[in-house]
Design a protein around this ligand. Structure first.
Ligand SMILES: Nc1ncnc2c1ncn2[C@@H]1O[C@H](COP(=O)(O)OP(=O)(O)O)[C@@H](O)[C@H]1O
Ligand SMILES: [Mg+2]
Length: 291
């Protein structure tokens, strides 16, 4: 059975999509892991990072992706996730590995409209469950059918309090919550944890939450102090202890490449490649000690 990790935090711009991409690459490269990425964000940052900025039109023409899957659902058709995913293994190093691969269920900006179709169809069918519960049930059932093909399912959640983000965390065994080190971000994270604890469907007993400090600048003394403060409460917070440093190499890696621009891990991450590997290791350690 594969393990599902949602990368989630209601705050935007804290590094969710970058973390999803690093983790997919890091797990595939370091562990030969077989990864399915589910992009739940209409902004489609991970889709563009992994498939290229120009893939969007082609995917739309071919009616592939989460949005197309929801449209099929709304029309009462077969929605097979298996036929809506695409291969995203652009890391040439992976070709040397026996098992490492990255597939993605892509997203695009039309996902919001497709969600409205999904909602209308649920309404017609007089379903009583909340939309996030319905959608997570639909996706979970589809993932189950292809579960044996993957070791890890990574779910990139959008910011905000909406249905799609909630759907992501309902799918998860583990929630990885990237957060930057500023008071605003920290208070959003605390509210997020409270929300999970108070969930009426008992999310808290189904998932482990792991905060992850991103955009960490070791030269910033205020950030260093905050990190120390958080480390004191590590056991309680269940945090990933190693922060992700803020580097231009990581920022470049997250930039969207064009068509046919397969990049090796070295080309993609440059001198930040060891950080990608370290993140994968830290997450594997964290999750296996909490299994
Ligand atoms: N550790 C980091 N180093 C450099 N840039 C980062 C880092 N973490 C995030 N960023 C940048 O911050 C911006 C927001 O990150 P993103 O992953 O899109 O956030 P989210 O998905 O939470 O909205 C992006 O431009 C990304 O490249
Ligand atoms: Mg994002």
């Amino acid at each position: 059975m594969s393990i599902t990790i949602a990368i989630a935090n209601p705050k935007g711009g804290v590094g969710k999509s970058l973390t999803t991409m690093m983790l997919a690459d890091g797990l595939a490269l370091s562990y030969g892991a077989r990864i399915l990425v589910i992009d739940l964000d209409p902004q489609a940052g991970v889709t563009k990072s992994l498939l290229g900025i120009d893939a969007e039109q082609e995917l739309r023409d071919r009616r592939i992706g989460l949005g197309a899957m929801l449209q099929a659902f709304a029309r009462g058709r077969d929605i097979r996730l298996a036929s809506h995913r695409v291969a995203a293994s652009d890391l040439l190093e992976l070709q040397d590995r026996q098992n490492g691969l990255i597939d993605i269920l892509p997203s695009n900006h039309e996902l919001l409209g497709d969600m409205a179709d999904f909602e209308r169809s649920a309404h017609r069918k007089r379903r009583r469950d909340r939309l996030d519960v319905q959608l997570s049930n639909v996706i979970r059932a589809e993932v189950k059918k292809i579960d044996a093909e993957y070791d890890v399912v990574l779910v990139d959640c959008p910011a905000g309090p909406g249905v799609l983000g909630l759907t992501g965390i309902r799918l998860a065994h583990h929630i990885l919550a990237p957060t930057s080190l500023e008071t605003n971000a920290y208070s959003t994270l605390t509210d997020f944890l409270k929300f999970i604890l108070a969930d009426d469907l008992d999310l808290a007993s189904h998932v482990m939450v792991h905060p992850l400090i991103t955009q960490y600048q070791a030269t910033n003394s205020i950030q260093r102090e905050m990190l120390l403060h958080i480390k004191e409460g590590l056991a309680h917070l269940n945090a990933i202890s190693k922060p992700i440093p803020y580097t231009s190499a990581l920022q470049n890696a997250a930039a969207h490449p064009g068509v046919g621009s397969a990049r090796t891990a070295r080309q993609k991450y440059g001198n930040a490649l060891p950080d990608v590997v370290a993140l994968a290791k830290a997450v594997v350690e964290r999750i296996s000690t909490n299994a």
